[in-house]
Design a protein around this ligand. Sequence first.
Ligand code: GLY
Length: 334
Amino acid sequence: MKRRKFLKNASLTGVGLAVGTSLSSCNEKASEKNKATQTTSKKASLPLVIATWNVPNATAKAWEILQQGGLALDAVEQGCKIEEADVKNQSVGKGGLPDRDGNVTLDACIMDKHGNCGSVVHLQNITHAVSIARHVMENTPHVMLSGKGAEKYAYELGFKKENLLTESSKKAWEKWKIESKYKPIINIENHDTIGMLAIDKNGDISGACTTSGLAYKMAGRVGDSPIIGSGLFIDNQIGGCVATGMGEEVVKTVGSFLVVELMRQGKSPQEACEEAINRIVSKPNSDYKNFQVGYIAVNKQGKTGSFAIHQWFSMTKFQDNKNENIQSNFVIKA
Ligand code: GLY
């Protein structure tokens, strides 16, 4: 049976995709590794943190906080800040690739164990978008601040104005302008949105995500990352999910909320991530071969899962004093 048809049938019959074995033709190695991360009857040891892509420094920072008995909320904020400050990461924070007009604009959100959330959209000149999102959540009557309003709020909080466009990102943009073709790159430098989910020693879950969005997007474009339910969703009774990749496709399927709701219905984090990707690839006329979407998820028991459309999406997991990068299973082999 063709894979696409299989995916569709799995969805229609309500049978979750069989993990690992059914997709082993795609990637035996990832399948083997994945088995280690998926649902077993054993309760997972806490605390733990997972993040999209290969971000060991970010998960190490989060782990340090969790190990000391810190809150999952502090862990995910501080973990995301590591990537925001890393100018070598061109999809997040300072050093992020700009929009087609040469402006670096950031989207971020955060959600806590109570279901509170905050986000910033199209934020400029401030590196730590995730921290502003947290302030929006904790210190304003709102959920979301955008553009100039978000930037003004950041200055009021004492954050400093910074030029986020590094020489290297400026050069890349100038090169792009020669042809000005908008074709988002799949797995851009194995990064994109950094999303993080943590469970602290109390068993409470929080999550955050941060991004400079798609490189060379139209001015004003906003992706999934600051949209609660799309880029991130947490239900402390059930689990959490965060997305990376082509934000438009995540928004159209309300991806992270979907994954959490699927876990509520009894699916494992792995099955839920696979079903959410299946919703995207099984749409009639879906152009999924030309874009990437990846999800990572964790449930209340500390079981984790991850799945993507294309090969080479990965999840970094810090648990039991081990910080490891785990290749995700996927629909399409590179
Ligand atoms: N997932 C990041 C974006 O689409 O902006």
